[in-house]
Design a protein around this ligand. Structure first.
Ligand code: F3S
Length: 282
């Protein structure tokens, strides 16, 4: 019998829960309900929503062709141009952007007139795309300490540094130190969501004491991938899975303590399936 330690912070965070609950509440096969981009990064949840008639719209071009219905705007937030487009077309929309992401939109919208916005984050992530879409002047994105070292604001503008909510807080602290040493004027707003920091701290501490660690999350979910990165640094037997069927970990006699955590977009029932499997098989 192994000890199973499941992170208290595993699974849906506040923003995702709110968005998913709202999407299921609005889902109605009799009506035209769409989501602009996946509401959250989890294929299982998207599939269940689609079973209830919620259709996924993936591009602005598709949005332009809409004639009616209700559009749910994803939890990671969308560029301002998308909201303007829906308003121009007179299409109903429900914005389920997480309030912590919305806060970043408000900051960059206000500051970008005078200052150069720099976002610590992944430029390919929809949240960052959304944030950039609220800047009145083009924003820059940096992802590494090397990029922070090399960074120079255009035309010597003052800088406003914000972070993608799921950015690794240790990395952000380092980037912050680098920026503070620079001679240009910079205001720094730590916009990393506490849910992410707490998630990461708890995952690391469980992984440190575990013989094996399981991180559950969608491969497209950036916060899940970061949990995997953090756990594998301290626990070599860390596995990253989407559902219990992918688990390859086997009891070889050396595993006495198994830690489990899950990304912010992982539904509870998937976590329970993994717990039950480990309880049964180990
Ligand atoms: Fe919001 Fe934080 Fe979750 S930003 S979506 S509560 S990870």
């Amino acid at each position: 019998m192994v000890d199973i330690i499941t992170a208290k912070t595993a699974g849906f965070c506040f923003g995702v829960k709110k968005a998913v609950d709202k999407a299921f509440e609005l889902a109605d096969p009799e009506k035209k309900v769409y989501t602009y981009g996946p509401v959250i990064h989890n294929d299982e949840v998207i599939r269940r929503l689609s079973d209830k008639g919620v259709q996924l719209i993936d591009s602005e071009d598709e949005l332009k062709l809409l004639e009616g219905g209700t559009v749910i705007l994803r939890s990671h937030g969308v560029p301002k141009a998308i909201i303007d487009l829906l308003e121009d077309k007179g299409i109903d929309y429900v914005d389920v952007t997480c309030p912590f992401v919305k806060r970043i939109h408000d900051i960059v919208y206000k500051e970008s007139e005078e200052k150069q916005i720099v976002i610590a984050g992944n430029p390919a992530h929809p949240e960052v795309e959304g944030i950039m879409g609220w800047c009145k002047t083009p924003a820059d994105v940096i992802s590494t300490e090397e990029e922070a070292e090399a960074y120079e604001p255009k035309d010597g503008r003052d800088v406003c540094l914000v972070a993608q909510t799921t950015f690794n807080y240790k990395k952000f602290e380092k980037i912050l130190e680098i920026f503070e040493k620079k001679s240009y004027h910079v205001i720094i707003v730590n916009t990393i969501c506490n849910a992410t920091a707490n998630h990461q701290t708890e995952a690391r501490s469980i992984a440190e004491g575990a013989d094996a660690m399981i991180v559950i999350g969608d491969k497209k979910s950036s916060n899940s991938r970061k949990l995997y990165e953090i756990c594998s640094e301290v626990c070599p037997k860390t596995e990253f899975i989407q559902t219990v069927n992918e688990l390859k970990l086997k009891q070889d006699g050396s595993i006495r303590k198994v830690g489990i955590t899950a990304g912010a977009s992982t539904p509870n029932y998937i976590i329970e399936e993994v717990q039950n499997y480990v309880r049964r098989e180990f």
